[in-house]
Structures are given as structure tokens and as C-alpha cells.
Design a protein around this ligand. Structure first.
Ligand SMILES: [Zn+2]
Length: 232
């Protein structure tokens, strides 16, 4: 079954699994590069990597409007609950939950995770999705870590179809770190995010793609905000 991912800018993705749409890290209305507004988003589930505003800003309003279930760290789920979100799945590292089209496992990430009101957001996370017959890893905001070799290890003879990695540097791994991550994860394809939203995380994505190609590590896909990639 084809799975189509749309990057709406920054670290926000809409993933059409063929059995429903998963929204990751909703950040639309205050995102300078967002390709759409929060009010126009349709989704059946919402996954959150961590509590920073550029990953949760529109989570409560979209969750309440659509009724989509939100999968997030326990502390972030509580924060959303205090804002009136009712359909919640609190989780923590190592846990797997059913999402439209398959499953989502909460993986580790090395970052921080305070919520916009300053409250504790629990541990930051990445997501390993097995949806529509495809294995997709979203690293979230993180530096490189050696457990990426475990996350990318083939299961049932299947390696990662796609890894989605930050390349903006400063707050996350940069282009060089992402090459190291690709080496550990060994995905078939890799897609960059968390860059060019603001000047401190400006990057040359075409140069990044060329370096991935030169290293013969994976097929790089660079999108413009609003652009899509279909995994056939
Ligand atoms: Zn971020």
C-alpha cells in the first residue's frame, strides 16, 4: 500500500497511511514556513515528539477540532488534557501503540522537553512507525546516538524505508551528524527537516543531498514545504 508523506514545514508531517492520516508535531500558524494553516488540517491521529512550542503549538486546537487521538509522553498528554483534549494516549520510551495503518513505537531522543508554559514535558522522543507496510523513523529533535543502529536494524528482513532527520544544527544534529545517523540507521531513503525555519537553522539542503549521494548511504529526498513523497 503506498504511504504518502507531506512536509508542511519545520518538523511537521502529514502521513497518509492508506488507512488514515497521522499528523506529527503540529506547528502551523506561528511557523514562518508552514504551507498551510492549522484550521485546514485533517487527521485521524497526532504524534508528538517533545514539548517545545515548535512541535506542539497547534496540537490542542487540532486535537479538539478533529477528535484525533494524540500519542505523546505522559507529561505532554497531561498538559493537553488540562487544555480540554480528551482523546489521549500517554506513552513513554519503548511503548508501542496502534495508529491508523499500523503501529507507532516511542523511541529515545537526546534533547530537552519543556512545555510552552514552562512545565515539565517528560523525555523527548522519536517515533518508529510501521504503517501501510512501510517502516518510517522520525528521529525528532536529537543529536546522533549509537542506539540508532538498533532502531534501524532490519526486522522480519525489512530495513527502514525512510528516516526523517533534523539537519538544522544548533538545536539538533546538523548535516554532518545526519550523515553519521544515516550510516547507523541504514534506511533506503532519508528526508531532512528542522532547517530553514529561522536564520539560526538555515542549511543548504541541496548540498546536504549531494553529500548523502556521494556517501552512497541512502537515497536523499529534499522537499519544499507543502511537498510530498510517496513510498510505493
Ligand atoms: Zn524543534
Amino acid at each position: 500500500m503506498p504511504v504518502t508523506l507531506t512536509w508542511t514545514g519545520h518538523a511537521t508531517f502529514l502521513i497518509d497511511t492508506g488507512s488514515g492520516t497521522i499528523l506529527v508535531d503540529p506547528f502551523f500558524d506561528d511557523c514562518p514556513t508552514a504551507s498551510m494553516k492549522a484550521a485546514d488540517v485533517a487527521c485521524d491521529a497526532i504524534l508528538i515528539t517533545h514539548g517545545h512550542f515548535d512541535h506542539v503549538a497547534d496540537a490542542a486546537t487540532i486535537a479538539k477540532r478533529t477528535g484525533a487521538k494524540v500519542f505523546a509522553a505522559f507529561e505532554i498528554a497531561n498538559w493537553l488534557g488540562r487544555q480540554g483534549v480528551e482523546n489521549l494516549q500517554p506513552m513513554n520510551h519503548g511503548g508501542t501503540a496502534a495508529v491508523p495503518g499500523g503501529t507507532a513505537t516511542m523511541e529515545i531522543a537526546f534533547h530537552s522537553s519543556s512545555l510552552p508554559d514552562g512545565s515539565y514535558g517528560g523525555n523527548p522522543a522519536g517515533w518508529l512507525l510501521d504503517v501501510g507496510g512501510k517502516r518510517i523513523y522520525l528521529a525528532g529533535d536529537t543529536g546522533v546516538f549509537s542506539d540508532m543502529a538498533r532502531i534501524g536494524r532490519p526486522r522480519d528482513g525489512r530495513r527502514l524505508d525512510l528516516a526523517i532527520l533534523p539537519i538544522g544544527d544548533v538545536f539538533t544534529m546538523g548535516p554532518a551528524g545526519s550523515l553519521e545517523a544515516v550510516e547507523l540507521l541504514q534506511p533506503a531513503a532519508v528526508l531532512p527537516c528542522h532547517y530553514d525555519t529561522w536564520p539560526p537553522i538555515a542549511q543548504d539542503a541541496a548540498a546536504w543531498a549531494a553529500s548523502v549521494r556521494r556517501a552512497k548511504l541512502a537515497e536523499p529526498h529534499v522537499l519544499e514545504p507543502g511537498g510530498s513523497l510517496t513510498l510505493g
